[in-house]
Write a protein that binds this ligand. Sequence first.
Ligand SMILES: [Zn+2]
Length: 304
Amino acid sequence: MPPYKKRIKSNELKALCSLNARMELSSKDKQRYAYLEKGYEGELFFDRLTSKLQNDLYILDDLCLEHNNSVFQIDTLIISQHTIYPYEVKNYEGDYRYESGSFYPKLSNDEIKNPLDQLKRSKALLRPLLKNLGFQLPIEGYVTFVNPCFTLYQAPLGEPIIHPTQLNALMKKLNEIPSKLMNRHKMLADQLISMHQTKSPYTRFPSYTFNQLEKGLICAKCLSLISFIEDQRRIVCKSCGYEETVDSAVLRSVEELVLLFPDIKITTNEVFEWCNVIESKKQICRILKQNYTMKGFGKWTYYE
Ligand SMILES: [Zn+2]
């Protein structure tokens, strides 16, 4: 069953992908990029499991909600007839230990952010939010570790944790819970989606300028920068061989430009310089005309 709300890459992750190909990120930004990328891969892994569920459920991938001025994120929310299941998905890899209510890498005393606390906070904010929407269903949340190479030593028995070896059992359980969704569940799912915030306040962008960034198209598959093309209709990535039409690659680049420079006016010249490898401005102009709304006139023309 496809999710009722699909997951997309966060703007921060998209921006870091793009910047990583176009400039030298600081080591702190590189770490942040790797952390977000790894988290996203873990979430996609969990999505692949939940997408196979056959039961009558609403699956909402990635919700960013606000209650009483507090923003909270839920990686996956599953609505069944009688219960709401928020999942905090973690893609930690390697050996960790649980000690006096805290998480540490197995051989280190550098405490990591406690995912159980994150879950507790989400539940504490979700409960009154659901109540405001007229729902008082029980909430059963879990921290879900999805990486098969993750081990938690001294894992507490009484805490809501799903270990990688329990994922199959979890899917089986979700498939078998008695659930028949009604219109009010749909209303709840729709309301939660309408409340989803696309701009998370936790987003941090590195600093950069237009001139500083390397220009070119980024391969949709391997994310490497393409700074030369042979064919002006199809783009073939030299690193991975992925093929894409020029139109689609240019449109992705325009989206990138808008994300990285939200105040920029999209003009043929700007996109021409940004994409770098397209020989004719006419082609850029045609692609923009076909896909965006033209504003202004003559040399002041821009697109929205
Ligand atoms: Zn590639």
